[in-house]
Ligand binder design. Structure first.
Ligand SMILES: [Zn+2]
Length: 228
């Protein structure tokens, strides 16, 4: 598909799309531009700055001087191209704010009804806070795929991981020593999770979540069969 020209008078597109095209053809990845240059490209557009920021929702990386100390306050750096927002359908697929019940079910099922970050199952208690049980929800995540392509994916996360803080102080030394204590298979699995940026379900997890999803009387039946 050919990329439209940002200043083509025939182009029917909003300022965000035109800004994306302007960045690609006039600024170029890795280069610096000023707010004034952007404003001059889109004269009379009151919310041009905001439309530029909107591109971040589509995986575009644009740094200001708070992200990159080498930049002056009026400068920004176009670090990386995101989704091709000028293509029909791309924006709708990402911007759809409502996730249907069917989609939610499909995402939960694909993630084995567990948080892709910490692995907790819905309704299960956190190991360090037994009266706090996990509520799973769906988050949008920018996932970097092979070939530097950013795709927004729906993933299952618990409320705690979604909030992004666990209130604990991190102890990297302790973590590294715990990782060294894992057996080779577990360590290899952990490294794969690190590379993918998300946890994968193990056969043990799958058995546990499948068990937890059974009705109470069937759970009792499974326990009796295993123990008896
Ligand atoms: Zn979690």
């Amino acid at each position: 598909m050919t990329v439209p020209k940002w200043n083509d008078p025939a182009l029917k597109a909003g300022t965000m799309i035109k800004t994306a095209l302007w960045l690609v053809s006039e600024v170029g990845e890795g280069n610096i531009f000023t707010k004034e240059q952007h404003r001059d490209a889109f004269p009379g557009i009151a919310q041009a700055d905001r439309r530029l920021r909107d591109l971040r929702d589509f995986g575009w990386v644009i740094h200001t001087n708070s992200d990159d100390g080498a930049l002056k306050p009026e400068e920004q750096r176009f670090v990386k191209t995101g989704l091709p927002v000028w293509q029909p359908g791309i924006r709708r697929s990402v911007a759809a704010t409502t996730i249907t019940a069917k989609q939610r079910q499909a995402v939960f099922a694909a993630d084995d009804y567990q948080c892709v970050v910490c692995g907790i199952a819905g309704g299960e208690s956190y190991p360090d806070a037994l009266n706090d049980s996990a509520v799973l929800s769906i988050s949008r995540r920018d996932v970097l795929l092979q070939g530097e392509r950013v795709e927004v994916q729906l993933v299952t996360e618990c409320k705690r991981c979604r909030a992004g803080t666990d209130g604990e102080t991190s102890d990297v030394g302790r973590l590294l020593s715990d990782i060294r204590d894992l057996d080779d298979t577990e360590r290899a699995r952990l490294i794969r999770w690190m590379e993918r940026g998300r946890r994968g379900a193990t056969p043990l997890d799958r058995a546990w979540t499948a068990y937890r999803r059974l009705p109470a009387e069937m759970r009792g039946d499974v326990r009796r069969r295993l123990l008896g």
